[in-house]
Write a protein that binds this ligand. Structure first.
Ligand code: ADP
Ligand code: MG
Length: 404
């Protein structure tokens, strides 16, 4: 754990520092609907500006295909960043090239510019290492040093994350430090009782996380779509609910492993079964041993944990000292099936100890259900990155900053 931090860059006054942020915010018709990621980038940017650095911010937005596309322009982000910083943010309408160079060269100490979307250039995400190296070299011309602070992309081997960090003296920013501190507390020294709540759609997405966390936790609560594969593994019939037949053996393996380790895997006792997948579906609560006893028989789909399960999960969450939650308990996007997710989020906000929400949809779920970020210990800005970290994977964007 020898991550190079900002201090390792020495005195940055008057130096040009490139900062890779993850400013990939949701936009609707050019309007930013959630500026959480911009806010998360402020501590590092403010620190560098206060130290008199000339700050050049780079980021991606959305998934353009290696060429400019107006709807993925970072221009609205530059405006919002300026408001939040209370400083002028110069915006370069190209990522590299003469216009970008002249904007960067005109910056004085304590001034900041944002360059246009990195993914307008094919080199950023190219599979060809030489192309990534070449693009990183062009970016490197803008700076004397590089700060990596886009936690949401550290699991990607991309030019601005990996090759650029090799091209310049480089260090991690404050956001990456904060994210790693929390993830480290979840893996290296969690306070007990430690409860992990997993949901979402698929078991197969979460196998790595289950495998890595199982030996570390007190109990593992399973909801969401993946609960049905667990229930089926125990012999229950699950009707039209999500079922991954090819994971039944793996799931049985986890159940045995948990028993051997003395870890409790807690499965739902009831579920909300719907006539079909839709907000207008008819639905009723059923015990897990009679999921096919609804009027829709084998077609009925379980779309949420039931109220008895929600109460039991909430109780366990509240009484834990460390809780990590990934994956909604039901199809929270549809009103009638948001109850389980809401109950768990409410309980999580009452935890005395460390409570962490990880996963893109989970973070979106708690916000959509009206919970403020500060009601939880931490909401990770990087869904994929935090999950890969918790799987014990090595992340290229961290490795290159000295992390082991
Ligand atoms: P995250 O992004 O937080 O890791 P996932 O991507 O694993 O979460 O899962 C999110 C999705 O899981 C949501 O879109 C939600 O609708 C879906 N989901 C949750 N419960 C069920 C269920 N019972 N059946 C089908 N889909 C479900
Ligand atoms: Mg997701």
């Amino acid at each position: 754990m020898t991550l190079r931090t900002l201090d390792s860059l020495g005195d940055v006054s008057g130096k040009s520092v490139i900062v890779r942020c993850d400013l990939n915010v949701p936009l609707e018709e050019g309007r930013i609907t959630d500026d959480g990621r911009i806010r998360a980038s402020l501590p590092t940017l403010t620190r560098l500006l206060d130290q008199g650095a000339r700050v050049v911010v780079i980021s991606h937005l959305g998934r353009p295909k290696g060429e400019p596309e107006a709807k993925y322009s970072l221009a609205p982000v530059a405006a919002r960043l300026g408001e939040l910083l209370g400083r002028e943010v110069a915006f370069s309408p190209e990522t590299v090239g003469d216009a970008a160079t002249s904007i960067v060269e005109s910056l004085r100490g304590g001034e900041i510019a944002l360059l246009e979307n990195l993914r307008f250039s094919p080199g950023e995400t190219s599979k060809d290492e030489a192309e990534r190296v070449a693009f990183a070299a062009r970016l490197a011309e803008f700076g004397d040093a590089f700060v990596s602070d886009g936690f949401g992309v550290v699991h990607r081997r991309q030019a601005s994350v990996y090759e650029l960090a090799k091209a310049l003296p480089s260090a991690a920013g404050l956001l990456i430090e904060a994210e790693l501190d929390v993830l480290d507390r979840l893996t290296a020294r969690p306070e007990k009782p430690y409860t992990v709540v997993l949901g979402g759609s698929k078991v197969s997405d979460k196998l790595g996380v289950i495998g890595h966390l199982l030996p570390r936790v007190t109990s593992l609560l399973i909801g969401g779509g993946m609960m049905f594969t667990f229930l089926a593994a125990l012999g229950h019939r699950v009707g039209g609910s999500l079922l991954e037949e090819d994971q039944l053996d793996t799931v049985r393996g986890y159940l045995q492993e948990a028993e051997r380790l003395g870890v409790e895997i807690v499965l739902p006792t009831d579920a909300v079964v719907a006539s079909h997948f839709g907000g207008d579906a008819e639905h009723e609560v059923r015990r897990v041993d009679e999921l096919e006893a609804t009027p829709w028989g084998e077609k009925g789909m379980g779309l949420d944990i039931g109220p008895e399960t929600a109460a039991a999960f909430a109780e366990r969450v509240r009484s834990s000292r460390t809780v990590f939650w990934n994956g909604p308990m039901g199809v929270f996007e549809l009103g009638p099936f948001a109850g389980g997710t809401k109950a768990v989020a409410e309980a999580l906000s009452q935890v005395e100890g460390l409570s962490v929400v990880g996963g893109g949809d989970s973070a979106a779920a708690v916000r959509a259900l009206g919970f403020d970020d500060d009601r939880f210990g931490h909401i990770s800005t990087g869904g994929g990155a935090s999950l890969e970290f918790l799987e014990g994977a090595s992340l290229p964007g961290l490795e290159v900053l000295g992390w082991q």
